[in-house]
Design a protein around this ligand. Structure first.
Ligand SMILES: [Zn+2]
Ligand SMILES: [Zn+2]
Length: 174
């Protein structure tokens, strides 16, 4: 059991910063989240917000958990309003207006800095150093006899804060 009640913190944020507009999504702790403090999983049939369990052991646990939930709630709020829900200018504007800290420390592990995606299979790869010319090993092995094939060149999805903070938002089809 946790002394931190995520639904209660959600409800506080909702009234303080979102005019009570947001309906309660599924909110859960995730003990496997390591490279990020939180995650928003968009799903029209029921969104999910995850908060990394390790935050509970941090010195400023309460503040970090509140900040993380607030951050993910902005993604959720934009999604509900049918707006782009990544780290857009509107996201930053809301973040500043409601007082969510800009940076969320993700201690314990050196964070990944860049996120790449395979053009072929869509697999995401998180790395610390920028890749210059790299392709997805799985796809090259399967479709190109293990040789480099530009069809499976990795595409840079995001760098920096977006990668540190949470997962890159999922792509929606259609
Ligand atoms: Zn691939
Ligand atoms: Zn985010």
């Amino acid at each position: 059991m946790s002394e931190f009640d995520l639904e209660k913190i959600f409800s506080e944020w909702n009234h303080e910063a979102f005019e009570g507009e947001l309906s309660l999504p599924e909110i859960r702790w995730n003990s496997r989240l390591r490279t990020s403090a939180g995650r928003f999983i968009p799903d029209p049939s029921g969104c999910v917000i995850e908060v990394a369990s390790y935050l509970r052991d941090e010195l400023e646990a309460e503040k970090l958990i509140r900040d993380t939930l607030g951050h993910e709630m902005i993604h959720y709020w934009l999604f509900v309003k049918n707006l782009p829900y990544g780290h857009t200018p509107q996201f930053h504007e809301k973040m500043e207006s409601i007082g969510v800290s800009r940076y969320n420390p993700v201690p314990k592990h050196r964070p990944f800095k860049h996120c790449y995606e395979c053009r072929g299979c869509g697999q995401r790869i998180f790395v610390r150093k920028r890749l210059r010319l790299a392709a997805c090993a799985a796809c090259c092995n399967e479709h190109a006899d293990g040789r480099y094939d530009s069809r499976f060149k990795l595409k840079l999805l995001a760098s920096g804060e977006a990668v540190l903070r949470d997962q890159i938002p999922l792509k929606r089809s259609g």
